[in-house]
Structure formats: structure tokens, C-alpha cells
Design a protein around this ligand. Structure first.
Ligand code: C2E
Ligand code: CA
Ligand code: CA
Ligand code: CA
Length: 273
């Protein structure tokens, strides 16, 4: 579905009453600023230093939490992803400015749905928001999935170039799960790749996963990109990634995504180490 044209899909009509109720609640939650966030640290495995955090949306609906894998696609299909993303971006930049006032020189990473790359106003709003919070552009990383960019490479190009011109960092999320060639990725002028957690899990026991991980690390060295491994759950995975020269790790082994106050408390314990 390019440039906002909706394509009919049978699954759109499945569970209609439940979907419609959820959509109505999601609209209310977005309008009232009730979407919350969690922060998951990105850590340099060589030094143990905390580099920054990824912000992940959280929705606590009256009858329990709804997974982002459920409400983000709903927001993407209903026009709510723009106000949701603006809210998350604003929240994340305010938090990042606060960490820095407390002496933690961290970056913050926000996920961008592919639709956002068709939003001509995005780059200007990002620049204004950074300025308002007194943050350098390099404090913000925008994570975009490989499939999201490749769905409409020319449509994405203008916004990506505008974001790059501001100086924000661009990250390719879920690296290895799309169909893009390494050559096309190399043309994108990105700053970071995130190896998808499906390759990181039990990487040592699976030669294929190990090959993808090492290809990403090789690409990172050749193109001077930060390579981040997500979904690090064990000591063994961490030790392997450190030895392989991975620039940053993220995953339950280091920390789960944390509510804002818990993340701040976690930072203080890390700084004391
Ligand atoms: P993602 O961007 O690939 O984020 C990583 C997901 O892996 C998060 O799931 C995170 O909680 C989870 N994770 C982190 N460490 C581990 C680990 O060690 N093991 C395992 N098994 N999982 C781990 P979450 O929070 O459920 O988010 C799912 C997806 O929803 C995200 O995947 C992202 O694509 C999307 N999402 C979340 N928040 C936003 C948002 O604000 N905007 C957009 N556009 N998408 C979002
Ligand atoms: Ca991400
Ligand atoms: Ca990811
Ligand atoms: Ca993902």
C-alpha cells in the first residue's frame, strides 16, 4: 500500500467487533496521551558502558496490557500511528534531556513505522522537538525496519535524506529478516544496523544464525556502522558477541524494557559499578 492507498485484506475483517472496540479504545488512549513507554538499555559489551535506550510503546488497556505487535499494526492501519509516534518521540526526548541533566550522556532510539517516512512534516518536527529539549541531533536514533524502507525505497528517500541532514542517526531494525540486498542497504547512508533477535538467539548452536550475525558485523566494519545485537538473553550470547566485536547489545540478559522510573533507578546502579 503505497502513499496511503489502502489495500483490502481479508484479515482486516476478521474479529470485527473485537477489533472495532479495540480501535475505539486505542483512539481514546492516543488522544488522551495514555500510551506509556518502556526503555530498554543498549550497552557496549566491551566496556559495559550504557550507550542509550530504545523506547518501546506500552498500552495498558482497562482489561490488561495489549502487546505492541497487536496495537502498532492497528495504529498503522487507522491513521493513529502519526499522533502515537509524535507522543512517543516527545516523551522520549524529554526523558533523554532529563538523563543528560543527571549526568548520563545517553542517546534515545525511537521506532518509526514505514508510513511515517511518507510524512513530509516529520523531519521539521523532529528538528523543532530536538531544539525545544536542548538536545543535539545525534542524541536521537530512529529505527526503521528493513522491510519498511524496501517497501517504498524512493518514497522513503526524501524523508530519510531530510532526517540525515538534521543529523539524527538512522538505524535499520530487524536486519536479516527482509529481502534487501546488502548493496542496497549500503546505499542508504545509515548509521546503525540491528541484528534481529531471531539470529541472536542460540547463535552459537546455529551456523546459519552465526553466518548472518558475522555478515552484519563485517558489513558494519566495512561501512563504519554501529552494529547492535537485540534479544541477548544469555551470558553465552553476550560473550560471543563481545568477542566478535559487536558494538552494542540489547536484551533481557542486560535488562528488560523498564518503566521510566525503573530505568532511571537502573542507570544509577550501573553508574555505581
Ligand atoms: P522491535 O523494535 O524489534 O523491538 C524489540 C522487541 O523485542 C521489543 O518487543 C522488546 O521488548 C523485545 N525484546 C527485547 N529484549 C528481548 C530479549 O532478550 N528477548 C526477547 N524474546 N525479546 C526481547 P515489544 O516491546 O513487544 O515490541 C514489539 C515491536 O513493536 C517492536 O519490535 C516494534 O517493531 C514495535 N513497536 C514498539 N513500540 C513502537 C513504537 O513506538 N512505534 C513503532 N512504530 N513500533 C513500535
Ligand atoms: Ca526497534
Ligand atoms: Ca528489532
Ligand atoms: Ca521486530
Amino acid at each position: 500500500a503505497r502513499s496511503g492507498v489502502r489495500v483490502y485484506r481479508a484479515e482486516d475483517d476478521r474479529n470485527t467487533p473485537r477489533r472495532l472496540a479495540m480501535l475505539a479504545d486505542l483512539r481514546t488512549a492516543v488522544e488522551r496521551g495514555l500510551i506509556e513507554v518502556a526503555y530498554q538499555p543498549k550497552v557496549d559489551p566491551a566496556s559495559g558502558r550504557v550507550l542509550g535506550a530504545e523506547v518501546l510503546s506500552r498500552w495498558f488497556r482497562a482489561d490488561g496490557p495489549v502487546a505492541p505487535d497487536e496495537f502498532i499494526p492497528l495504529a498503522e492501519r487507522s491513521g493513529l500511528i502519526r499522533p502515537l509516534t509524535r507522543h512517543v518521540l516527545e516523551t522520549a526526548l524529554a526523558a533523554c534531556a532529563g538523563w543528560r541533566r543527571d549526568g548520563h550522556e545517553l542517546t534515545v532510539a525511537v521506532n518509526l513505522s514505514p508510513q511515517m517516512l511518507a510524512d513530509q512534516a516529520l523531519a521539521g518536527e523532529v528538528r523543532d522537538a530536538l531544539r525545544r529539549h536542548g538536545l543535539p541531533a545525534a542524541a536521537l536514533t530512529l529505527e526503521i525496519t528493513e522491510t519498511g524502507i524496501m517497501a517504498d525505497p524512493s518514497g522513503s528517500a526524501v524523508t530519510l535524506a531530510a532526517l540525515r541532514a538534521i543529523g539524527v542517526k538512522l538505524s535499520i531494525d530487524d536486519f536479516g529478516t527482509g529481502h534487501s540486498s546488502l548493496g542496497r542497504l549500503a546505499d542508504l547512508a545509515i548509521d546503525e544496523v540491528k541484528i534481529d533477535k531471531s539470529f541472536v538467539r542460540d547463535v552459537l548452536a546455529h551456523p546459519g544464525r552465526r553466518a548472518v550475525t558475522e555478515a552484519a558485523l563485517h558489513l558494519g566494519r566495512a561501512l563504519d556502522l554501529l552494529v547492535v545485537a537485540e534479544g541477548v538473553e544469555t551470558r553465552e550470547e553476550l560473550d560471543y558477541l563481545r568477542a566478535a566485536g559487536c558494538g552494542a547489545v540489547q536484551g533481557y540478559y542486560l535488562s528488560r524494557p523498564l518503566p521510566p522510573a525503573d530505568f532511571t533507578a537502573w542507570l544509577v546502579t550501573q553508574a555505581a559499578l
